[in-house]
Design a protein around this ligand. Structure first.
Ligand code: SF4
Length: 189
């Protein structure tokens, strides 16, 4: 991996500075509700694995939230398995890869789900609010919304990245983990 490991103590800070909108939303919802449905757990869980969160840290991270909602015992019984599974420690021991933008954009979140791509799945009002909170200025916001209207979601995400980081991103965003590592490169350079 070209980027360093992320540990639990840094996670809130890097979520704020370097998570793309899809993962920021899941992260904030998890902190708020102490729960995510299956689709959200997969999308965020594999992304966190991709940013370098180790299995033990991942278990501690999810447990700290879920046990506030369902209790520690139920977490260990019902949820810990699938986290170990994502890390290839259970079942067929496949090392699952984090989802690409294309996969996330074509997902179909239902009621109560928080996975998916905000550019594709949020209402215009919610999207504007989320991007405003991320620090996208009003001029850039109109360009982003224009891309969204034309269904160019990854271009919308690229413009968001450029606005927040004050730096061009010529390759374009095609993977949430690429968004993360390119962001970290800028902040750490
Ligand atoms: Fe996430 Fe990709 Fe959508 Fe950006 S374009 S919010 S990285 S799924």
């Amino acid at each position: 991996k070209e980027f360093a490991e992320v540990s639990i103590k840094d996670i809130d800070q890097v979520a704020k500075s370097s998570f793309p909108p899809c993962m920021r939303h899941l992260f904030e919802k998890l902190r708020e509700d102490h729960h995510l449905k299956h689709g959200g757990r997969m999308q965020l869980g594999l992304f966190l694995k991709g940013v370098g969160l180790k299995l033990d840290d991942a278990l501690a991270f999810w447990k700290a939230e879920f046990s506030q909602k369902v209790g520690a015992e139920r977490f260990d019984k019902e949820y810990a398995y699938s986290i170990r599974h994502n890390y290839g420690r259970e079942g067929k021991r496949t090392d699952y890869t984090p989802y690409s933008c294309q996969k996330i954009i074509s997902s179909t979140p239902g009621v109560g789900d928080h996975h998916g791509c905000p550019y594709r799945h949020f209402s215009e009002e919610n999207l504007r609010a989320a991007l405003g909170r991320m620090g996208v200025n009003s001029g850039a916001l109109e360009n982003v919304m224009d891309k969204v209207q034309n269904r160019h979601y990854q271009l919308a995400c690229t413009l968001t990245f450029e606005s927040i980081h004050g730096s061009s991103h010529d390759a374009g965003i095609n993977h949430p983990n690429q968004y993360f590592s390119d962001s970290q490169k800028i902040f750490k350079s």
